[in-house]
Design a protein around this ligand. Structure first.
Ligand code: C2E
Ligand code: MG
Ligand code: MG
Length: 695
């Protein structure tokens, strides 16, 4: 039973089958009703025909046999009756006189001659002197009075089978069934065919809906039936088009970076996951490049957001072009093209699905770096950027996107620390140094919170009189376990984790406060404070300086701010804007480590600086290196013509001191006069009896 039910329910899943079955049922039902009506009509007609026929022949026989009744000619009557009874359409007949005594019999009547007929039919016919009819099943019985000259002489009773005069009902039924069956055989397949054709659009709609549910939405249903199905199909088409557009939009929002139109982080992650898995399965190698723009933040700040976006877009375009060109020339296109993505901010990535060897990654990195180094044209300005790249090779450096990205990022950070515009490959030692850096950063945050930083001061002395002319504030970290740390051990980490701003501000306030304290004690020691690029580029730099001065009460002319040459020359217009208001108040500005950068002389002469600090490397080498000596001489000559003061850094020997004095330097700073020292030592240094009268 179950298999039948199963098969039935499967068949019933098709609309064509359902409709065909319905048609079949309607056809059968209609045929059955028609057959019933036809059968009934035929039966009535048969009965009526039979009756008429039976009445006719019985009446005829009764009138023919009347003379025999009259003559009491039983023999003659029997002869006539036998002839009559022999007819095919008569099954039995008997004649009786008016006393219902049977005179002659033919066929099975149940009477014998001489017996009195007792059936009600003859009784009624003789009693009423009229014809009496009775139908029993397929037979008709008729009792017909016989008259002779208007006088009743007897009666004849015949039994007539209807079948003898009309077609039997059973045969009609058989024929009808045969016809109905033939109709079913012919019409059912025809109905199935028509239904199949009529439902074709429904099938198409169903198939379309099925495809749509499996996310294939870029299709059109072509139904031209001119009826509701066409309306439905058109509605489907419109719905699919809208859905398709929405899905594409959602996909774009989820996987495309809106600024550069490049794949975004999520898309990159998915692609990398798949490519890395395939590489592991097929025993091949691929690589990712983690790219970070150098100097983007500063350029972005000076350009404004809209222009910054355009710059990123242009960078994205160059990266894509460079990668595509590389793919065409060298790539293994069988493994698919390389993919450029933007992770966010100024970070980009390139996925190389297949490497012939790892130098491929280095070569592509070189190409993209060179592509980004070419100047960009943004709103009529030339913008110069750099690019640091880190490469991680899979499966060697990691099998999953997170690990690979982290490793490539570490390699990139290392390339950036080394000066940028280069690519480094990930090495496992980077994990260790990254960990150490993380520890350092955490400790540094704690140092700022826990007040572990101190300021040391290194004296600056006059070239001619050797008198104390100022001091440079230099930060130190009183580390709880490692002891006193120099800035070299932590300044770079502080810059990278963004703490330098906080540290720098703290040093500035502390130095101003301590210098003001010294003044109160009668020691007038101008203080010089180092300013990092990040600190200087902050919008609130000038405010911070003003606050430090106001809080401490230090006169502005007692404060000098040291900017490195690279900070000062990065964006000269901006630098001028930043320092001019402070300078107007009396704060002086020095260029630190002068000579080590690549300053443009034309800009330099226009910059509002007061002091050049000659880098200690030149001072150290000037006695045995002519080149160093020429540099020192040139800086001093330049400073003289620009009417600037000079400080020679790192003076360690009396010879250096003498030589610099000979060349006309203004001040000297170095171990020869004093190492960086705590405040109380500086105070003693400033005492007149120490031999260094405060200027
Ligand atoms: P800088 O501003 O050029 O400071 C001078 C550096 O030269 C100091 O090193 C000082 O100790 C060292 N020096 C002075 N005289 C001599 C000498 O005769 N011989 C030798 N060999 N070295 C001498 P320090 O204190 O280690 O500072 C290193 C750098 O750290 C500084 O260079 C400065 O760029 C940075 N720095 C120090 N304190 C701060 C700060 O508070 N903020 C910022 N942003 N940077 C700071
Ligand atoms: Mg300095
Ligand atoms: Mg210096």
């Amino acid at each position: 039973m179950a298999p039948i039910r199963h098969a039935f329910s499967r068949v019933m899943r098709s609309l064509v089958m359902k409709f065909t079955l319905l048609c079949g049922i309607i056809l059968i039902a209609a045929t059955a009703v028609l057959m019933g009506i036809e059968f009934q009509l035929k039966r009535t007609y048969n009965t009526e025909t039979g009756l008429r026929h039976a009445e006719l022949i019985t009446e005829l026989f009764a009138s023919n046999s009347a003379p025999y009744f009259r003559r009491d000619d039983a023999a003659g009557l029997v002869g006539r009756l036998n002839d009559f009874g022999a007819r095919e359409d008569i099954s039995s007949v008997y004649a009786a006189d008016i006393n219902r005594r049977v005179i002659a019999v033919s066929g099975q009547t149940g009477y014998v001659v001489g017996q009195r007929a007792a059936d009600h039919l003859i009784q009624s016919a003789i009693g009423a002197v009229d014809t009496r009819v009775e139908t029993i099943g397929d037979t008709i019985r008729i009792a017909e009075p016989a008259f002779d000259g208007g006088r009743l002489v007897g009666a004849v009773v015949t039994t007539v089978p209807i079948s003898a005069v009309a077609e039997p009902a059973g045969r009609i039924l058989t024929r009808q069934i045969l016809i109905a069956f033939a109709a079913l055989v012919v019409f059912l397949p025809l109905a199935a065919f028509i239904i199949t054709r009529a439902l074709a659009p429904v099938r198409e709609l169903t198939e379309a809906a099925r495809l749509a549910s499996s996310r294939k939405l870029d299709m059109r249903i072509d139904v031209q039936t001119g009826d509701e199905l066409e309306v439905l199909a058109n509605a489907f088409n419109r719905m699919f088009a809208r859905l398709d557009a929405s899905v594409k939009r959602v996909h774009r929002l989820a996987y495309v970076d809106m600024i550069t139109e490049l794949p975004n982080r999520e898309r990159f992650r998915k692609e990398l996951e798949q490519v890395a898995r395939e590489a592991a399965e097929n025993d091949t190698e691929g690589a990712i490049l983690f790219l970070d723009l150098d100097r983007f933040k500063r350029v972005n700040d000076s350009l404004g957001i809209g222009e910054g976006d355009r710059l990123l877009e242009a960078v994205g375009r160059r990266l894509r072009e460079a990668t595509r060109a590389w793919d065409l020339a060298n790539g293994d296109l069988g493994a698919g093209p390389s993919m450029v993505a933007r992770l966010g901010g100024d970070e980009f990535t390139v996925l190389m699905p297949r490497l012939r060897d790892s130098s491929d990654a280095a070569r592509l990195a070189r190409r993209v770096i060179d592509a980004v180094r070419r100047p960009f044209e943004i709103s009529g300005h030339q913008v110069f950027l750099g690019l640091s790249a880190g490469a991680a090779v899979f499966p060697r450096d990691g099998a999953d996107p997170e690990t690979l990205l982290r490793h490539a990022d570490l390699a990139m950070a290392s390339a950036k620390r080394a000066g940028g515009n280069a690519c480094e490959f990930f090495e496992s030692s980077m994990n260790q140094s990254a960990f150490e850096r993380l520890v350092l950063e955490n400790e540094l945050r704690e140092a700022v919170r826990e007040d572990q930083l101190v300021v040391y001061y290194q004296p600056k002395v006059g070239m001619t009189d050797g008198a104390l002319a100022g001091a440079e504030a230099l930060v130190r970290w009183q580390h709880p376990t490692a002891g006193l740390l120099s800035p070299g051990a932590f300044i770079q980490a502080a810059e990278e984790c963004g703490l330098i701003g906080e540290i720098g501000d703290w040093v500035l306030r502390r130095a101003c406060k301590e210098a003001a304290g010294l003044m109160m004690k009668g020691h007038c020691v101008p203080v010089a404070v180092n300013v990092s690029a990040m600190q200087f580029e902050s919008e609130h730099f000038a405010e911070t300086v003003l606050e430090a001065l106001q809080e401490s009460g230090l006169p502005p002319e007692m404060l000098e701010l040291e900017l490195t040459e690279s900070t000062a020359m990065r964006d000269p217009e901006r630098v001028i804007k930043q320092i001019e208001p402070l300078r107007d108040m009396g704060v002086t500005f020095a260029i630190d480590d002068f000579g080590t950068g690549h300053s443009s002389l034309s800009y330099l002469t226009r910059m509002p600086f007061d002091v050049f600090k000659i880098d200690q490397t030149f001072v150290r080498d000037m006695s045995n290196d002519d080149h160093a000596r020429v540099v020192v001489e040139t800086i001093l000559a330049l400073a003289k013509s620009l009417k600037l003061k000079t400080v020679a850094e790192g003076v360690e020997t009396a010879d250096q001191y003498a030589a610099l004095r000979g060349l006309g330097a203004t001040l000297a700073q170095g171990y020869l006069f004093g190492r960086p020292m705590p405040l109380d030592e500086l105070e003693r240094f400033a005492e007149p009896e120490s031999g260094h009268a405060a200027g």
